[in-house]
Ligand binder design. Structure first.
Ligand SMILES: NC(=O)c1ccc[n+]([C@@H]2O[C@H](COP(=O)([O-])OP(=O)(O)OC[C@H]3O[C@@H](n4cnc5c(N)ncnc54)[C@H](OP(=O)(O)O)[C@@H]3O)[C@@H](O)[C@H]2O)c1
Length: 500
């Protein structure tokens, strides 16, 4: 098979939720497409004592939503091996290496190894260290390490973790997952910007007034409450996903679309990210926590009522804030960001708001005749595509303008056929393409940015929590943040005529 990749995957946390829900289905889709064929094998590890047969059953079960003949599933699961393994026990790595060696020969894997850390970040450093000391890293093939978020809790812990990992792996062997980067439309930001002269030539502070990034979730914290209590929305979403989206929007055009060139530009633009002073952070960031509400006759519990959450918790489930890039292209253009749980609708989108014309030559009879802002919207989830709001003449006599939304969105069915983010990221890692993973230089800068806000918040307890009802678009202060600058959130599903 021409496209076939050759590698041994060793998954730490092979019995866990992430492995079952994301990794096995993604690997299977790569198998169905021929990227994985004869020359691959997977070792799943965790402490519980499973047999290979049981492991195969777990994998088959994880594929239940994918249509496939039983013999294809059986042929796929045959490449999977389970090894009971405690990551803190050095002796277990000897057994693991023996199995890896055996499979390498059996499947002719050319010493290529991909290590996937699908377990608690507390163990990442220990695993990385043992992989080196117990000689599981090969010298002949490639060694790649895929790491899940969260990467640290703040700058200092992230740096410490990075140093532990870097003692075994070089930066270009490390693939830090940000699954948002694997999403089709986030990648399409580059296509829209760099494939269209009419857009890229306006992509600067002369024509753009502000940029808004919204990642709103309709669900509450659900079963992630335990983790969320130690993280909050700033660490969970802003430091990583939102900062990555802002970076892709703000970076200069890369010399080529290669991983190295894109990384270079992302790192460069992040160096211009303004790190707030504590005073600025207090002013530029708003935090919120959801209260209970009754929506469509159903009572939705407040964050503080969720299991595993402290009944007096001050953890934020909502953040709105302002980011600024201090460089020639973006000076003076705020990037407003917003994310939260239990908001009105699940939606991820970017609204690029263009500056108003220098004057309106059309008679302004009333305020309603005001020309609408031109807005380029990039839809990421649940629909994918983009829209452009322009002004056009209203049909009929007289002269009135009205905003027209030109929309291009993939139907849900087409979107369903897109490779899942994890499938794409796994294939990238197999190909050695790190474009869609985060470099340490990016992470370190976004942690420094987030740390200032976290520190300010840790110093002052919120007095108004919970401060937004479930099913709303966050606290009133989030609207005021923009109103203060003479602006407003373009995306507002709470209004009768949304997006206006
Ligand atoms: N689940 C998701 O959708 C998701 C999404 C984004 C990021 N993540 C990240 O992915 C990672 C894994 O999350 P998860 O939800 O899959 O967690 P999980 O369901 O709790 O799985 C943890 C895994 O680690 C194993 N484990 C625990 N202690 C061990 C030890 N000492 N030695 C060996 N294995 C051990 C567990 O198996 P045993 O108990 O049998 O040892 C289990 O397989 C986390 O970093 C999480 O933040 C998860």
């Amino acid at each position: 098979m021409q496209n076939e990749k050759v590698a041994l995957f060793i998954i730490f946390g092979g019995s866990g939720d992430l492995a079952r829900r994301k990794l096995y289905p993604s690997l299977f889709r790569l198998y169905q497409k021929g990227y994985l064929d004869q020359h691959f094998a997977v070792i799943g590890t965790a402490r519980r004592p499973w047999t290979d047969d049981y492991y195969h059953q777990v994998i088959s079960d994880s594929l239940s939503s994918i249509q496939a003949p039983t013999d294809q599933i059986a042929a796929f699961t045959d490449h999977f091996y389970y090894q009971a393994h405690d990551v803190t026990n050095s002796e277990h790595y000897v057994v693991l290496e023996n199995l890896a060696e055996k499979l390498d020969q059996k499947y002719d894997l050319q010493n290529n190894r991909i290590f996937y850390m699908a377990m608690s970040p507390n163990f990442f450093g220990t695993i990385a260290k043992h992989l080196k000391t117990e000689n599981i890293l090969t010298t002949a093939g490639f060694n790649r390490l895929i790491i899940e978020k969260p990467f640290g809790h703040d700058y200092n812990s992230a740096e410490e973790l990075n140093e532990q990992i870097r003692s075994s792996f070089t930066e270009n062997q490390i693939y830090r997952i940000d699954h948002y980067l694997g999403k089709e439309m986030v990648q399409n930001i580059s296509a829209i910007r760099f494939g269209n002269n009419i857009i890229e030539s306006l992509w600067n502070n002369r024509y753009i007034d502000n940029i808004q990034i919204t990642l709103s979730e309709a669900l509450g914290v659900e079963e992630r409450a335990g983790y969320y209590e130690s993280a909050g929305a700033m660490r969970d979403m802003v430091q990583n996903h939102i900062s990555q989206i802002a970076t892709l929007l703000a970076m200069e055009p890369p010399v080529s679309f290669s991983a190295a060139d894109i990384r270079r530009e992302k790192i460069k633009v992040l160096r211009s990210l303004h790190i707030d002073t504590p005073e600025e952070a207090r002013r530029n960031f708003v935090r919120g926590q959801y209260a209970a509400a009754t929506v469509d006759g159903t009572r939705l519990e407040s964050y503080r009522e969720a299991t595993q959450v402290n009944s007096e918790s001050n953890v934020e489930t909502f953040v709105a804030g302002k980011m600024e890039f201090e460089n020639y292209r973006w000076a003076g253009v705020p990037f407003y960001v917003r994310t939260g749980k239990r908001l009105a609708k699940k939606e991820t989108r970017v609204d690029v708001v263009f500056k108003q014309l220098p004057m309106n030559i059309f008679e302004t009879i009333s305020d309603e005749d005001k020309l609408s802002d031109n807005v380029l919207t990039i839809y990421v989830e649940p629909t994918e595509g983009f829209g452009l709001r322009v002004n056009a003449k209203r049909l009929g006599q007289g002269f009135e303008t009205r905003p027209v939304d030109l929309d291009f969105r993939h139907s849900a069915a087409a979107a369903g056929n897109n490779p899942e983010a994890y499938e794409r990221l796994l294939l990238d890692a197999l190909n050695g393409d790190s474009t869609n993973f985060t470099h340490w230089d990016e992470l370190s800068q976004t942690w420094k940015f987030a740390d200032v806000v976290e520190k300010v918040w840790a110093e002052t307890k919120p007095t108004d929590f919970p401060n937004y009802p479930s099913g709303s678009m966050g606290p009133v202060a989030a609207d005021k943040l923009l109103q203060r600058d003479g602006r407003y959130w373009i995306y507002n599903p709470m209004q009768a005529t949304p997006d206006k």
